[in-house]
Design a protein around this ligand. Structure first.
Ligand code: SF4
Ligand code: SF4
Length: 385
């Protein structure tokens, strides 16, 4: 396993981190799926015994069971001392200052540990950031750190670069966690965010490196491009190498679902040449062409410009089109359906559209938005967690 500096914290973490939110599941006819604990335990043990020393979980993963499962597995196999645990609290669960401490105590208990190595504010968003500052949530985390209950303070983030700059500049964070992958390299938190975090000396964890697993699949045109390179690599390895190349990245979190994926990924992240600045000009060109080829499969020509927003009904039009296009691109709608279900919980799904037509005049691509929203809604509904 290759190891990389974790920012200013002075220790190294494995270049591959285990994301604990996609463990193998058992599906039930009469209720939500549950984690296949036996297989998940095997994966945690195999990862820790084969060099993975960064485990990322959260209060909310696997319906609140991920922390407990990780804690039990690490205790069972005597592995706690070998690994760093990162976990998170989501702002909507911090209704009172007392909740913040109760949530931490619950995490410590579930994880069967007396301290958490890295404690994050989960998914800072524009809706919550002002309240997070006003209520001094970071100050609460600092108290936990001074009591030895947590060792480092960070945040995870999925939003736009503007707010990212604000959050980054507001506090002397130890680390941050952002989404990045081959397809997102020019949107959401972009290369700029990676560079900014690097300049400030933050540990940097990357999530969604395979975009929910989709980038492990290469449709025909992408496969042909990858096939031009003399060395044979899987689509997943190409996507990982795109990220491994950035010197500022500390660890790349992959939410693996099978032991085969785990073994293959450990191999990729152990290769002597899988290090920062590993990509040649030719390889960078191949990755850029693969990105364009993936995008050519998108069937709704939405560029994500957001001129159509805000929709008076709160419909998140570009996000819905992006989810739909991902399903078409990867030939697999499972992850887009899952993302869409969470979006529906936030009342921004396509079924809130009342066909008022306000957005139609604003779209430079001339997309028949209400019509395409209905098609996307049909394709994206039906996920059962
Ligand atoms: S047509 Fe639908 S999506 Fe467009 S602005 Fe009106 S309600 Fe929103
Ligand atoms: S205005 Fe059109 S292209 Fe731009 S985000 Fe909205 S639907 Fe997509």
């Amino acid at each position: 396993m290759n190891y990389r500096a974790f920012g200013k914290l002075g220790y190294k973490v494995s270049a591959l981190g285990l994301g604990c939110m996609r463990f193998p599941r058992i599906y039930h006819e009469d209720g939500p799926a549950s984690v296949d604990e036996e297989k998940a335990f095997e994966m945690i043990r195999y990862a820790a015994e084969n060099g993975v020393n960064y485990f990322d979980t959260a209060f909310t993963y696997h319906h609140g069971n991920s922390e407990a499962l990780l804690g039990e597995a690490l205790e069972t196999y005597g592995l706690r001392g070998k690994v760093k645990i990162a976990t998170k609290q989501l702002y909507p669960f911090m209704k009172t200052q007392g909740d913040i401490r109760r949530n931490l105590e619950s995490a410590l208990k579930k994880l069967r540990t007396d301290h958490i190595d890295i404690y994050l504010i989960h998914n800072i968003s524009s809706a919550d950031w002002e309240d997070i500052k006003r209520r001094d949530i970071i100050g609460e985390y600092e108290k936990f750190r001074s009591e030895g209950l947590i060792n480092a303070i960070g945040f995870s983030y999925h939003g736009k670069i503007g707010l990212f700059r604000d959050v980054l500049g507001f506090y002397d964070w130890d680390m941050c966690q952002v989404q990045q992958n081959l397809l997102d390299s020019d949107k959401e938190v972009t290369e700029e965010a990676i560079a900014l975090a690097g300049e400030k000396g933050l540990g940097l964890a990357i999530m969604e490196p395979l975009k929910g697993g989709g980038l492990a699949n290469a449709p025909g045109a992408v496969e042909n491009i990858y096939g031009e390179y003399p060395q044979k690599r899987t689509a997943a390895e190409w996507a990982f190498r795109h990220l491994i190349n950035y010197p500022a990245i500390s660890t790349i979190l992959s939410g693996m679902t099978t032991m085969e994926q785990l073994k293959e990924n450990i191999q990729t992240f152990s290769m002597p040449d899988a290090v920062a600045n590993c990509l040649s000009g030719e390889e960078k060109q191949i990755i850029l062409r693969a990105k364009a080829a993936y995008e050519s499969y998108a069937s709704i020509p939405c560029t994500g410009c957001e001129y159509c927003l805000p929709c008076p009904k709160g419909v998140n039009i570009p996000k819905i089109f992006s989810d739909y296009n991902e399903g078409v691109m990867f030939g697999d709608f499972s992850q887009p359906k899952r993302a869409y279900m969470f979006q529906g919980n936030g009342r921004s799904s396509a079924d809130y559209c009342e066909k008022c037509g306000v957005c139609l005049k604003k779209c430079p691509q001339g997309i028949d938005i209400p019509d395409k929203l209905m098609a996307a809604h049909d394709a994206l509904t039906g996920w059962v967690e």
